[in-house]
Write a protein that binds this ligand. Sequence first.
Ligand code: HEC
Length: 104
Amino acid sequence: MRTCLLLLTAAVVVTITVLCHIRSKASLGFATTLSSSVPSKPDFEKEIKPILSNRCQPCHFPGGKVYDRMPFDEPETITRLGTKLFTRIKDEKERDLIRQFLAN
Ligand code: HEC
C-alpha cells in the first residue's frame, strides 16, 4: 500500500513537471512569434526618407529631373513603386526597413 502511494505521488510530480515544462516552452515560443511577426511600422520621415535622400539625390528630390514624376520625399511614391526600389537599393538592412514600411 505504501509503495503504491509513493509511486502515485512520484507519477503526479513527474506529470506536473512535464506539463510545466511544456507550458513554459509554448509560451516562450508564442512570445517570440508575436514580437517577430508584428514589427512596428518604420517612420517615413525618420527611417525611410534618410535612406533615399542619402542615395537618390538629386534626381528624386526637389529640383531633380524626376521629382515631378517620382518624388521620394512623399510616402505615396514609395508605396507605389514598392519593391521596384530594390533595383537601386541593395543593402539588406535598408531593404528590410522598406519591406516593413510597405507591409504595414
Ligand atoms: C542620376 C539621377 C537618378 C538618381 C540618383 C536616381 N534615379 Fe531613379 N530614376 C531616374 C530617372 C531619370 C528615372 C526615370 C526612368 C524612366 O522612366 O525612363 C528613374 C526611375 C526610377 C524608378 C522607376 C523605374 C521603373 O521601373 O518604373 C525607380 C524605382 C527608381 N528610379 C529608383 C531609384 C532609387 C531607389 C534611387 C536611389 C537609390 C534612384 N532611383 C536614384 C534618375 C535617377
